[in-house]
Design a protein around this ligand. Structure first.
Ligand code: URA
Length: 438
């Protein structure tokens, strides 16, 4: 089958011969299929979808475009977590070392922030010297020594996905459930895992704003991961308000470290414990989530989670002493308050707009080559359901001295809707998805 025939078959709603599909995606990974033909196939997939066998073939071909992490045999079980992203989501930073401190290996491949969503790598990069670009050989060494690393996608990890994601970004084909699922899993499964926990965000700041589409994405991911041999659980969780209080790279890093110190906002701690417990159960350290949550809480209380985080920072080239002097990490800042324009109840937050306001402030990027300022950000003062008097602070904007933040403040004020009565909000933990009984 020629590339032309393959594109036409999908365009017309046909099911593709798996060998031809594998050949097409593999050839794209080797640079032998031009972007315009891959873009046409992605658009056909956007409208027609992929059958489960097609999706698996597509994902395997992307995974095999690169190499996978080697593992010691026998060694501790390997688990990871992936979040579909949002505003203020710093969970990976405290979760990965905490789970490693409990005895599993966490080889986390994470992403940079793009658009309104923040990225774990940008938050960690606020630590001077911290390297996220470890080669797989270097990552394996760190894993052998301390059982956890957090790195970015390099040319070794699913390079076909890297190229394809950039192509999808400019051809309006990012928001396709099969293409998202294959992109996420081609990276995550290159870690050679025994278990994966997915945090599929739902709400105004999420990739999937509606519950139905988030359920579809979670189901597609769980089924695909199991079909590819990786036991996986998904949680649909709320992203209808920023997670925690800190939004901004260095401040989110500090908030995640606070969780490891036994402090930090309730929602960040709760999500960390639940997702971590799922990882410990998938890693077969515990038979139940409550037992596993108690183990994680103990690793916070005895400081072993924090110690593991410090060890990871050292192993990846940073000096954890900077975490003791937040003001030095953040740099010189001034604060401007965004205040409630009327009295009432905070009914809803357009979290996408909060994330975009952070980009305008300099904390995020629209294009992948934009530079960011790690120190600037917001402190979220109020959550949906809170009652406020006129003039009370909603959000504190931390900016560089003299920086013009009028546009940032205007956007934030518009993102917060006050009303006379509270409106329904999503629970933090909405629903759990696991493998379907056959
Ligand atoms: N994250 C990914 O890694 N890929 C997508 O396609 C969307 C989100």
């Amino acid at each position: 089958m020629t590339p032309y025939e393959l594109i036409r078959a999908k365009r017309d709603g046909g099911t593709l011969p798996l060998e031809a599909l594998r050949g097409f995606v593999s050839a794209y990974g080797r640079g032998e299929i031009p972007d315009y033909q891959m873009a046409a196939l992605c658009m056909a997939v956007f409208f027609r979808g992929l059958e489960p066998a097609e999706l698996r073939t597509w994902t395997e071909a992307m995974l095999r475009s690169g190499t996978t992490l080697r593992r010691r045999n026998p060694g501790p079980r390997r688990v990871d977590k992936h979040s579909t992203g949002g505003v203020g989501d710093k969970v990976s930073i405290c979760l990965a070392p905490l789970v490693a401190a409990c005895g599993l290996v966490v080889p986390m491949v994470a992403g940079r922030g793009l658009g309104h969503t923040g990225g774990t790598l940008d938050k960690l990069s606020a630590i001077p010297g911290f390297r996220t670009d470890l080669s797989l050989a270097e990552a394996e060494q760190v894993l052998d020594q301390i059982g956890v690393c957090i790195i970015g996608q390099t040319d070794e990890i699913a390079p076909a996905d890297r190229r394809l994601y950039a192509l999808r970004d400019v051809t309006a084909t990012v928001d396709s459930i099969p293409l998202i699922a294959s992109s996420i899993l081609s990276k995550k499964l290159s870690e050679n895992l025994d278990g994966l926990v997915l945090d599929v965000k739902v709400g105004s700041g999420a990739l999937m704003r509606g519950l139905l589409e988030a359920e579809q994405l979670g189901r597609t991911l769980v089924d695909l991961a199991w079909a590819m041999g990786c036991p996986t659980v998904a949680w649909l969780t709320a992203m209808d308000a920023p997670l925690g209080a800190a939004v901004g790279n260095a401040s989110e890093l500090l908030e995640a470290v606070d969780v490891l110190r036994g402090r930090g906002p309730d929602d960040v701690r709760k999500l960390t414990l639940r997702l971590g417990a799922e990882m410990l159960v998938l890693g077969r350290l515990f038979g139940s989530v409550p037992e596993a949550e108690r183990r994680l809480a103990a690793a916070i209380a005895d400081g072993s989670g924090l110690e593991r985080f410090r060890a990871m920072v050292r192993a990846q080239g940073g000096d954890p002493v900077v975490l003791e002097t937040p003001a030095a990490l953040l740099g010189p800042l001034e604060t401007t308050e965004v205040r409630a324009e009327r009295a009432g109840v905070l009914a809803a937050v357009d979290t996408l707009d909060v994330g975009l306001a952070a980009v305008v402030l300099g904390a995020g990027r629209i294009r992948s080559d934009d530079t960011i300022d790690p120190g600037v950000g917001f402190t979220i003062r109020r959550r949906p359901g809170d009652r406020l008097n006129q003039g009370e602070p909603l959000v504190s904007v931390h900016h560089r001295p003299g920086q013009d933040v009028s546009e940032v403040c205007r956007r934030l004020a518009a993102a917060y809707r006050l009303a006379d009565r509270a409106e329904p909000t999503l629970p933090l933990l909405i629903a759990r998805q696991e493998v379907r009984a056959s």
